[in-house]
Each structure stands twice: as structure tokens, then as C-alpha cells.
Design a protein around this ligand. Structure first.
Ligand code: BEZ
Length: 307
């Protein structure tokens, strides 16, 4: 007898719940067969995966090694299922992950046009961080992700669509908002800097912090908030200033002033991520449509294939 996927699923549940009763509930099976399967797995491997007689259950070092690799194998099987369905075109569905800040850029327009051109494809949209997008792609929960962090995962293909300039959001009437066509980061160090999203990291917040750090600058005070809308609300209240992607300009709040930054290297990328082996026509068409939109709007973008 050899190890089967069932063994891996059972083992992962027990390892994560650290308790046989809870793992059995999660798997919707009774506890005795679950205990037998784990025992059988240990016999097949000829190793001990859990410490004996500890409450809650603890993995041995060997168990931890096995857990990491079991998770990867299970993720690959889910990915294989999703990919095979897409290849067979059984499902004309596309799940899209996006980070909140892309909502103020081109995302709504892209999705609208894609829906018009492909009324037969059922689209679903899911707000999630770039790092969550990588996991969701591998688990088959999304088919494409739009984020801002340059990840490095061999199972995920990354296309940097364009680099978006960063701008400064200031309270209306702030002394830096008048008489300055552009600002430098140097001019911002005496202000309270509101950054977002606070979690999960790394995020756009770290791109802003890195911009200051790379210039040996330290803002007077940092205020981390959950998301962009909160940052802008706090700016409007006079709590501080924020560095935001330039597409936020489109929000046109009348209680916030925006000023451009003088350094063209202050950018945040917009990254399209897909499963490495996913060569579906739908995704190719979406990518081509994005470049076409950039052309139509006269926007600058990276040539196709830019990683
Ligand atoms: C953009 O703003 O360029 C963009 C945003 C989301 C998806 C694709 C492109």
C-alpha cells in the first residue's frame, strides 16, 4: 500500500487543528477512522509525525517537514483540477483578485469592457492583498490577480503592466499645497505620514516607506491605517499627509489637495499575476485588452512581457 491524497488531507487537518476531535469535525468523518488513517500513514512512512502524549498535539521535526510538503502537494492537485477544467473549457468563468487601490485606476473600466466583449464569461471579483492573490492562484480560487508587490513565486507568472506615479495627498489649505507645483520627499519629513494598508505586509505602505528610506529620510511620525479611504479621510481631517497612487486623483475629494512628486522614480507597479502554466485564451485576451486600453487613453505602460 502507498500514501494516498486522502492521507495527506487527513494529516494536514490534524496538524492544523492539533486535535483529533476538531480535525474529524472539519473533515466530516468520525474520529476513530481518522486516528486509524494517521496511524497507517506513520506506518507507511516508518516515521513518527506527531509527538506522543502531548496536548495539544505537536508535530515532530519530521512531521513539520512532511506538513510543508503535504501542503504543497495538495495545492498542486487543486491547481491541476482548476487548470484542467479551464483547458477543457467546461467552465467559462474568470475569478479576479485585486488590491483595493487598483479600483481607483483602470480596473473598473477593464472589467466593464471585458464583460461587454465576453458576455458568456461569468466574472467574479475578490479584493485581496498581492500575497493572498499568489496563494489563491495556486489554490485555484482566482485565475488572475492585480496587485502591487513584486512577488517571486515559481508557480506564478508576473507581468508588470505599468508603473504608476505616486502623489501626495494633503489637507485642504495645507501650506505645502499652495505655491508648489511639485514636492520632494524631503519637504514631507516634518509631517505625520499616513500609510496603508497596515496589514498584510509587504504592501503599498512598504513601497512608500522604502522611498523615504532609500533617500535616508525619516518622516516625523507614522500613522498606519487599514486602507486608502481611511488614509484620505484622516488627511481631510488634518491628521497628516499621505503618499498615494496617482489614480487616486480621480476620486476628486474637495477636502483633499493632491500635489505631484518631483521624482519620476517614485512609482508603484501594477502587476498582473497568473498561474505559470495557464495559457488560456481568456487571459490572453484580457491582457491584450488592457494594452489596447492603455493605447487608446495615451497612457505610458511597460511593453508586453515585462516582468
Ligand atoms: C491599471 O490601473 O493600469 C490597472 C488596474 C487594474 C488592473 C489592470 C490595470
Amino acid at each position: 500500500m502507498t500514501i494516498e491524497l486522502r492521507h495527506l488531507r487527513y494529516f494536514v487537518a490534524v496538524a492544523e487543528e492539533r486535535n483529533f476531535t476538531r480535525a474529524a469535525e472539519r473533515l466530516h468523518i468520525a474520529q476513530p477512522p481518522l486516528s486509524r488513517q494517521i496511524q497507517q500513514l506513520e506506518e507507511l512512512l516508518g516515521v513518527q509525525l506527531f509527538e506522543r502524549n502531548t496536548r495539544p498535539l505537536r508535530l515532530t521535526d519530521t512531521g513539520r517537514f512532511f506538513y510543508t510538503h503535504a501542503l504543497q502537494l495538495l495545492a498542486q492537485t487543486t491547481e491541476l483540477e482548476a487548470m484542467t477544467r479551464r483547458v477543457a473549457k467546461i467552465e467559462r468563468k474568470m475569478s479576479v483578485g485585486f488590491v483595493g487601490s487598483t479600483l481607483y485606476g483602470m480596473l473598473p473600466r477593464i472589467i466593464r469592457r471585458f464583460r461587454t466583449e465576453h458576455p458568456d464569461i461569468e466574472m467574479s471579483l475578490h479584493e485581496m492583498s498581492t500575497m493572498d492573490q499568489i496563494k489563491a492562484l495556486k489554490d485555484g480560487r482566482i485565475d488572475v490577480g492585480f496587485g502591487r508587490i513584486r512577488h517571486d513565486d515559481p508557480a506564478v507568472r508576473r507581468v508588470v503592466l505599468r508603473e504608476e506615479r505616486m502623489i501626495v495627498a494633503l489637507p485642504l489649505g495645507h501650506h505645502l499645497a499652495s505655491g508648489h507645483a511639485t514636492l520632494s520627499l524631503h519637504e514631507l519629513v516634518d509631517e505625520s505620514l499616513i500609510i496603508f494598508p497596515k496589514a498584510p505586509r509587504p504592501s503599498f505602505a512598504d513601497q512608500v516607506l522604502a522611498a523615504f528610506h532609500d533617500r535616508a529620510l525619516k518622516p516625523r511620525r507614522l500613522h498606519e491605517v487599514r486602507e486608502l479611504q481611511i488614509a484620505l479621510g484622516l488627511v481631510a481631517m488634518g491628521e497628516g499627509i499621505s503618499v498615494v497612487p496617482s489614480s487616486v486623483y480621480g476620486l476628486k475629494r474637495d477636502d483633499v489637495s493632491y500635489v505631484e512628486l518631483d521624482d519620476p522614480s517614485l512609482v508603484s507597479p501594477i502587476i498582473m499575476s497568473m498561474r505559470m502554466l495557464d495559457e488560456s485564451q481568456d487571459l490572453r485576451e484580457m491582457q491584450a485588452m488592457i494594452y489596447q486600453l492603455y493605447e487608446e487613453l495615451g497612457m505610458s505602460y511597460n511593453p508586453p512581457g515585462h516582468e
